[in-house]
Ligand binder design. Structure first.
Ligand SMILES: CC(C)(COP(=O)(O)OP(=O)(O)OC[C@H]1O[C@@H](n2cnc3c(N)ncnc32)[C@H](O)[C@@H]1OP(=O)(O)O)[C@@H](O)C(=O)NCCC(=O)NCCS
Length: 293
């Protein structure tokens, strides 16, 4: 190791970790921006709150999966990860821009992955950062390109959506069972966090079951369903109730049904980052969350 040390993240580190990750991802956006993309923006106050609440939740439930790197100047890197049943997930991972490329990231990833050593499956959503993808590939992750659909929503294209209702904590068993059918492990305590922060839509009929969360900005945050037809119905419901300029991110090639809906809704297709997987194939019908997968 160089002139930095790793130690477990504590709840009082979360505010600093938030600033560090915002700085790192903002700089990545500035560096990687293509001409056809909107200019990078810093996180909103609400986004910061949601990020911090999620990170406190992970530190509380998975203290051995959350790490910081620090040198004499303070925190220079952070990684949060968690285990749910048989799956280990990397939630956030960042090193300060002027400290990247010195080996800090590799050490942080190794410490976080140690928390998942008993898990048979692993998931992460990677940025397009050249350093990140190199490290993930070296750590044995298969990389699956992610697509996204975005743009002004054509509300006249939205069909009448039936058999979708608002969900509640009473739906957690149903959701965990759908998670196991799609990604191999329930979200468990993460459903409590998502229920506190986001809006839940559920479809539970004799022909199929599924759920979708809309995040604090009115974008799809996570969707799991027992079949494609139910997934399509839920995506339409999420678009109808969500933002006028939605972003449906984290779409893998295994989920072409998202493109059917997205194009019909007037959205444009783009590509951003990778779903990194170990011990599993891309889940479907499923749209993963970038941090809670
Ligand atoms: C991804 C990240 C956490 C890695 O941390 P890091 O401290 O930079 O990583 P390391 O120095 O341990 O390793 C980086 C690797 O990329 C290589 N690298 C350095 N600069 C590079 C470049 N411009 N292009 C490609 N590879 C590069 C390094 O040589 C090293 O590989 P090596 O071990 O074979 O030498 C950090 O770069 C970062 O915060 N990126 C922006 C945010 C981000 O994308 N986070 C991941 C989200 S999923």
């Amino acid at each position: 190791m160089g002139d930095w040390v790793l130690r477990p993240m504590r709840p009082e580190d979360v505010a600093q970790a938030e600033r560090l990750s915002d700085e790192s991802f903002y700089e990545l956006d500035v560096r990687g921006r293509r001409g056809d993309q909107p200019p990078p923006v810093r996180r909103s106050e609400r986004h910061r709150e949601v990020w911090s609440e999620r990170t406190r939740h992970l530190v509380e439930h998975d203290p051995e999966g959350c790490w910081v790197a620090e040198d004499e100047t303070g925190m220079v890197g952070m990684a949060t990860s968690f285990r749910r049943e048989v799956v280990w997930c990397l939630a956030t991972y960042a090193v300060l821009p002027d400290q990247q490329g010195r080996g800090i990231g590799q050490q942080l990833l190794a410490a976080a992955m140690h928390h998942g050593r008993s898990c048979t499956r692993a998931m992460l959503s990677s940025s397009s950062d050249a350093r990140a993808v190199k490290l993930y590939h070296r750590a044995g992750f298969e990389l699956h390109p992610q697509m996204y659909l975005s743009g002004p929503l054509d509300r006249t294209a939205i069909p009448v959506v039936e058999k979708v209702r608002d969900g509640s904590a009473a739906d957690v068993d149903l959701m965990d069972s759908l998670d196991r059918g799609t990604r191999g492990a329930g979200h468990g305590v993460d459903h409590q966090l998502m229920l506190r922060t986001w809006r839940l839509l559920v479809s539970d009929t004799s022909t199929g079951r599924g759920y979708a969360y809309l995040n604090e900005r009115g974008h799809l945050a996570l969707l799991a369903a027992g079949n494609r037809r139910t997934a399509v119905r839920l995506l339409w419901a999420a678009l109808a109730d969500g933002a006028d300029e939605p972003v449906v991110g984290h779409v893998t090639g295994a989920n072409q049904w998202v493109l059917d809906v997205g194009f019909a809704a007037g959205l444009r297709l783009g590509q951003d980052g990778y779903l990194g997987l170990r011990g599993m194939k891309p889940p479907a019908p499923y749209v993963h969350n970038g941090a809670l997968l």
